[in-house]
Design a protein around this ligand. Structure first.
Ligand SMILES: [Zn+2]
Ligand SMILES: [Zn+2]
Length: 243
């Protein structure tokens, strides 16, 4: 473990300092707490933040939407971004574009230049071709074909993925990414909205997510309205099938 200490008034400061110092290994190690495993996507997300924040001179992120990340996909990469950048779905500093790309834009509001980081490839190896082939075969089996791995195979896959992930963050930015400067996106702050009580289920619901039925507020699920949800394949629109 990295053993960093947390200043409660600036809970991200210690993590940010590691990024600024280029001491990225403990950042990836800690990101595993969020993501659950080490993989190249997570490693690339963490490394993309290091690349962008270094260029933008970002030394702190208070999670108040001043520092923004726009992810162009919802793969493992975005967990690396959320953890290392502190731009998350919950603090509204993460914008998700359903484009299926392993790319992200980072910027500070009130500035004109943003940094776009695009992953060049997922073929970065760990230094051993036979191990990489073995890792790829296990990935095909476990993730693509959803077949059960033996305990030994599972442990082996983790070993290879850990090795690849930590080898990836040691590579230079230019090997991993195409990095460009773009104009800062003009995205609004998250609105602060009142809640209303659904007249059917009696739960509190954001006022923009109710419809009126006989003059009374009803939530989307009780009303059978269409709503959107983020699922593995991206943003989907569904009738209220599940509550
Ligand atoms: Zn992953
Ligand atoms: Zn309801």
């Amino acid at each position: 473990m990295s053993g960093i200490s947390i200043d409660r008034k600036k809970p991200r400061a210690a993590l940010q300092q590691l990024l600024l110092d280029g001491n990225i290994e403990p950042v990836l190690e800690l990101a595993g707490i969020l993501h659950g495993h080490y993989c190249q996507g997570l490693a690339l997300g963490v490394k993309a933040v290091e690349a962008a924040f270094t260029r933008l001179g970002i030394t702190d992120n208070t999670g108040m939407e001043e520092i923004m990340a726009v992810s162009e996909g919802n793969s493992c990469f975005v967990d690396g971004i959320q953890f290392a950048a502190g731009c998350t779905l919950g603090n509204n500093a993460l914008v998700y574009k359903d484009l299926g790309r392993t790319a992200a834009v980072f910027y500070r509001r009130a500035t004109t230049t943003a940094i776009r980081v695009v992953v060049k490839s997922f073929e970065f190896n760990s230094g051993s071709e036979s191990e990489d082939n073995e890792g790829n075969a296990l990935f095909e089996k476990a993730v693509k074909r959803r077949e059960k791995l033996t305990n030994e195979e599972s442990s082996r896959m983790k070993e290879i993925w850990i090795k690849r992930s930590f080898a990836t963050i040691a590579m230079p930015f230019e090997t991993l990414f195409t990095i460009t400067e773009i104009k800062t996106p003009d995205l609004p702050f998250a609105p602060i909205m009142d809640s209303q009580e659904c007249s059917v289920c009696r739960e509190k619901v954001m006022e923009s997510r109710v419809v009126l039925r006989s003059g009374k507020p009803v939530c989307f699920t009780c009303a059978g309205e269409e709503y959107r949800m983020v699922i593995g394949k991206g943003i989907a629109t569904a009738k209220a099938l599940c509550q």
